[in-house]
Design a protein around this ligand. Structure first.
Ligand SMILES: Cc1cc2nc3c(=O)[nH]c(=O)nc-3n(C[C@H](O)[C@H](O)[C@H](O)COP(=O)(O)OP(=O)(O)OC[C@H]3O[C@@H](n4cnc5c(N)ncnc54)[C@H](O)[C@@H]3O)c2cc1C
Length: 469
């Protein structure tokens, strides 16, 4: 007999509760929780996943707006996001995303021809040489200063605390990158990836992104996006995969408290309480929620981390035009408020014939949070008309705004020390979430990696329990 046998199926219930046989309880059904639950189930554990909402996918999901399906916000990934792409494979939906066969970004500018950043089929770092030489938003001086900065970036160690303590913007200035280069290149790519401008970003996180994405493997930064609503991947397909793996999914169930003995108190929509008890708990909740439900001394410590990490917003402006106005799947914007714009027509689900559904994605969007939806829609209608000749004649059929004030933590200098690792001092309790110490900024890739790391901690805990028995 093993320890496992004694714990599996243990139910500590309040009257009226349903007995729940679990050995691992995963708290939170975002990408971190999904990844953890699948890994634990694949490792042979009996898993229950608890999620407050009526759907899975967390920050990367979809909701209904009338007949249309709307994503919580535009999401992209890169070819180097191997853990996230592995999750898509595991969910059986790798065919429902589009991945460029080579990095190709159109850069729209008002009153100027679009520029283009397209990689060559050469090994890194030569794959971008020709594209950058031809990239006319940069002066020749700026273009010629790039290789030295890129080489210095490549030599940085993102695990070094001194590197993390430094601002990316400062470092760029020290390496000959003027304001035009920061705006037209480093922030163009860095702001959506880090959810911060270079001046507000940790050099370590920026170095991770640029080294992995642009300076390692030639194909690493090829861009991918969902060809369907995010909910089709992270909710519908995820539920199916979890069910097939034997995971019990409890939606509409809120975690209220976690005891040091791994008793998890939850409440359903009817407010009825259950207490679940398991061999192990993976907490994949947002930082501030984890801090409020986990026991002392962990909870209060996490509260301090969550406060120090802070939150950075993302705002999306959704515009439905009566005709196609954007001739490419997506584009970046320069010298305009439009940071990136995506054609999401294929995912809308109820688009009038001939119409086009565009989403303008605004990262580090603090300034846009207090602005009303009508004003934002008009502002970005006008901005797109400055960038896209077709939009000047086109009629706007619908416009609305989605806002996520806590889209990511603030990837500020000194952030690394505030991100806890998966293993905690409490036996059998592991942490996951894009905000934990993954080395990545808060991304889908970071979330999946964190879930897998927490699953490994939990399995290790159980292995040790078995040996002890
Ligand atoms: C608008 C927007 C755009 C983004 N764009 C990109 C992008 O382009 N590329 C990229 O890689 N990343 C992007 N991100 C970031 C990415 O979505 C997140 O990093 C990732 O989804 C976080 O996953 P997670 O599982 O760590 O957290 P979450 O998704 O926050 O999951 C936590 C889960 O816990 C649940 N929960 C909360 N409280 C409780 C409770 N008390 N009981 C039970 N359950 C609870 C929540 O409902 C949620 O489902 C974007 C985020 C936003 C908001």
């Amino acid at each position: 007999m093993t320890f496992v046998g004694t714990f599996v199926g243990t139910f500590v219930g309040t009257p009226g509760g349903t007995p729940v046989g679990t050995s691992v309880v995963v708290l939170g059904g975002g990408l971190a929780g999904l990844a953890a639950a699948l890994r634990c189930a694949d490792a042979g554990h009996e898993v229950t996943l608890v999620e407050r909402r009526a759907r899975l996918g967390g920050l990367a999901g979809s909701f209904r707006r009338g007949d249309a399906t709307v994503d919580t916000g535009q999401h992209v990934f890169l070819r180097c996001c191997t853990a996230y792409r592995g999750l898509l494979d595991r969910l059986g939906v790798a065919g429902s995303v589009t991945l460029q066969d080579r990095l190709d970004v159109t850069v729209l500018r008002p009153d100027a021809r679009p520029a283009r950043l397209r990689r060559d089929r050469l090994p890194a770092p030569w794959h971008l040489g020709r594209a950058l030489l031809r990239y006319d938003p940069l002066s020749w001086r700026d273009r010629l200063a790039l290789p030295r900065a890129a080489a210095a970036l490549r030599r940085l160690d993102p695990a070094d605390v001194a590197v993390d303590a430094r601002s990316f913007g400062d470092w760029l200035r020290d390496h000959g990158q003027g304001p035009a280069a920061v705006r037209a290149l480093w922030d163009l790519i860095g702001t959506p990836t880090l959810n911060a401008r270079a001046d507000d970003a940790s050099l370590a996180l920026a170095a991770t992104v640029f080294r992995l994405g642009l300076l390692s493997d030639a194909g690493a930064a090829d861009i991918g996006w969902a060809a369907v609503p995010l909910g089709a991947l992270h909710d519908t397909a995820a539920r199916r995969a979890l069910e097939d793996a034997g995971v019990r999914v409890r939606l509409g169930t809120t975690v209220l408290d976690v005891g040091a003995d791994r008793r998890v108190t939850v409440a359903g929509r009817d407010r009825r309480r259950d207490v679940l008890h398991a061999d192990a708990v993976v907490c994949a909740l947002p930082a501030e929620v984890a801090a409020s439900v986990l026991p002392a001394p962990l909870g209060p410590r996490l509260a301090a981390s969550a406060d120090a990490l802070g939150a950075s917003p993302i705002v999306d402006v959704h515009l439905v035009w009566d005709r196609p106005v954007l001739p490419v799947p997506f584009a970046a914007g320069l010298d305009t408020e439009v940071q990136w714009v995506f054609d999401r027509s294929a995912a809308h689900g109820a688009l009038p014939e001939g119409a086009q559904y565009l989403v303008v994605s605004l990262s580090a969007a603090d300034a846009y949070l207090p602005v009303g939806a009508t004003a934002l829609v008009e502002r970005f209608r006008a901005e797109l008309a400055r960038l896209l000749p077709g939009a000047r004649e086109a009629r706007l059929l619908d416009g609305f705004v989605t806002r996520e004030p806590r889209a990511t933590f603030r990837p500020a200098p000194g952030t690394a020390a505030r991100r806890p690792v998966a293993r905690t001092a409490l036996p059998g309790l592991a942490l996951a979430g894009a905000w934990t110490d993954t080395g990545w900024p808060a991304t889908m890739e970071g979330a999946v990696r964190s879930g897998e790391a927490a699953a490994a901690v939990v399995s290790h805990h159980r292995d040790r329990a078995e040996v002890a028995a």
